[in-house]
Design a protein around this ligand. Structure first.
Ligand code: ZN
Ligand code: ZN
Length: 268
């Protein structure tokens, strides 16, 4: 008898190992909590040369969330949307640039043929200038926009990954290492260490060296809460101190034989 460690794929019923992220046969994601912030599809993210990871449904930039517990609450969404806006704007300007260069080639070709047939004259030169100039300007604008959007893309992606890692770290219930972060965000340990160094530098996590020499990180939020908690009782502590002072004043007043009310006022 087979061990019952398999579950059927939600789409094609292929037998999958329990807890499998994705069907090996049809590719459908077996989890509902991994939703694309751009297209809303429950689709996986695949490695991408420029976007690092891209949605398998819409192609938008994504940060994988592979751990059910150690995961972001969506802090990266805004930066991912900025990156996606840059990417789609770049795609539009690329299309405009390609269109302009095709039109320019056609125009110059036609004028060249006209020049060969009727001889190159002033009229032809004027026609060439009038027709080609707007296309050249449009092409130059498109090239500039494509460059600018490419330039915008990387900082947004970096911001998204940092936000995801920060969000994940803030929600961490216990300390975690680079290997845990690498697994949760589907990156290599070097990249996870880079992200952790940034989180450490911005005081989101604090590094601890465990007894066995392993570097682990814990969110600074938890200690901060512990520090903040006594702030509230400190009001009580202050009241207690006041009461103590008042009692001392009373005792002093009694010892001096002064009226208590005046001593209380003098001390207050
Ligand atoms: Zn399947
Ligand atoms: Zn998508």
């Amino acid at each position: 008898m087979r061990r019952a460690a398999t579950v059927p794929c939600r789409a094609c019923s292929a037998e999958l190992a329990e807890g499998a992220r994705k069907c090996h046969r049809c590719g459908v994601l077996q989890r509902d909590d991994v939703r694309c912030p751009h297209c809303g599809a429950v689709a996986d993210a695949a490695p991408h040369p420029e976007l690092i990871f891209a949605c398998e449904a819409c192609g938008g930039p994504r940060v994988p969330q592979d751990d059910a517990i150690l995961r972001s609450k969506g802090g990266e969404t805004a930066a991912l949307r900025r990156a996606e806006a840059a990417r789609s704007s770049r795609a539009r300007w690329t299309a405009v640039g390609l269109g302009a260069s095709a039109l320019l080639a056609m125009t110059l070709g036609t004028l060249g043929i006209a020049g060969l047939l009727f001889g190159a004259g002033v009229k032809l030169a004027v026609a060439a200038t009038l027709l080609a100039t707007p296309l050249v300007l449009l092409l130059a604008t498109a090239v500039g926009r494509v460059r600018a959007r490419t330039h915008d893309l990387r900082p947004s992606l970096d911001a998204a990954w940092q936000a995801a890692a920060a969000d994940l770290a803030r929600g961490a219930a216990s300390s975690f290492g680079a290997a845990d972060l690498a697994r949760a965000l589907r990156v290599d340990e070097a990249r996870a260490e880079e992200l952790l160094a940034l989180l450490d530098a911005t005081d989101i996590v604090r590094g601890d060296v465990s007894a066995d020499g392993e570097l682990t990180f814990r969110p600074t939020v938890a200690p901060r809460v512990r520090v903040d908690v006594p702030v509230e009782p400190s009001g009580d502590a202050a009241a207690e101190l006041d009461a103590q002072r008042e009692a001392e004043a009373h005792a002093e007043a009694r010892a001096d034989g002064r009226p208590e009310t005046r001593a209380g006022k003098a001390e207050g």
